[in-house]
Design a protein around this ligand. Sequence first.
Ligand SMILES: C[S@@+](CC[C@H](N)C(=O)[O-])C[C@H]1O[C@@H](n2cnc3c(N)ncnc32)[C@H](O)[C@@H]1O
Length: 281
Amino acid sequence: MKTQDFDFLAGLLKERSGLMLTADKVYLLESRLTPLARKRGLDTLDALIQKLRISRDDVLIKDVTEAMTTNESFFFRDNTPFDLFKNHVLPAMEKARGPKRRLRIWCAAASTGQEPYSLAILLRENWAKWQGWNIEIIGTDICTQVLEKAKAGVYSQFEVQRGLPIQMLIKYFTQDGDVWRLNDEIRNMVTYRPFNLLSNFIGMGSFDVIYCRNVLIYFDQATKKDVLERMHGTLAADGTLFLGAAETVLGITDKLRPVRGQRGMYVSSSGNAEELMGLGS
Ligand SMILES: C[S@@+](CC[C@H](N)C(=O)[O-])C[C@H]1O[C@@H](n2cnc3c(N)ncnc32)[C@H](O)[C@@H]1O
């Protein structure tokens, strides 16, 4: 690939999704965009790049952006963020939000839905406790294709084997040939919508819990800071933010701080969330 073509694509992707591509990732562009070129009736990736340069076709740019996203996800990924949700976040929120009985949870890079559904399952496991509550779980992602799969709630044998305890599989899924369909009681607990983290958060409202896992790793420092600080603005003062195992706020923003000893868990620097959750600092 010519340097100017690489720079053009890298610039476009950075602007549209925040994705940072370094020169060693040429193979990634080739392996993901060549099939898209063929689908569009173009013989080569060069032809696709030419078309992008000339037409600036918005649908094509969206397809290119989506094709370059990495959508890997699985149920109860890394366990700890879900154990902490169950054992600390939910009990704290039950107390703090008891008077209003309202809980808002945002999975900001929800991909194919395993993360929001894992949270929905944990809530469902103790459902009697949440009767009369208005609980919203909102899953957003820039990629509309993955959101369609998330909404459908249909997973392969391989996907349900990754992280989902067998008793939960049996309780909340129905086998249909060689796939597993998530039961409506869980599926209906999550609302999905397309959302780009680079766009304005106004209108999102305030969240008690935010999962923004395994997406900031693709952004540069300035974009990470921008997203984290705007996310801090949507997080309740006593709310909790979960990031991926390879992500942190340290050295990026001081509006949020890690909860000591709890990997991947962050709270507002000016709030009292740790106290509420019984996780002393
Ligand atoms: C690796 S997946 C993470 C899924 C899930 N959070 C997890 O940890 O299992 C990253 C997701 O981030 C999404 N993404 C990438 N850039 C984004 C952006 N600018 N705004 C919103 N979502 C984005 C991708 O489409 C992809 O589905």
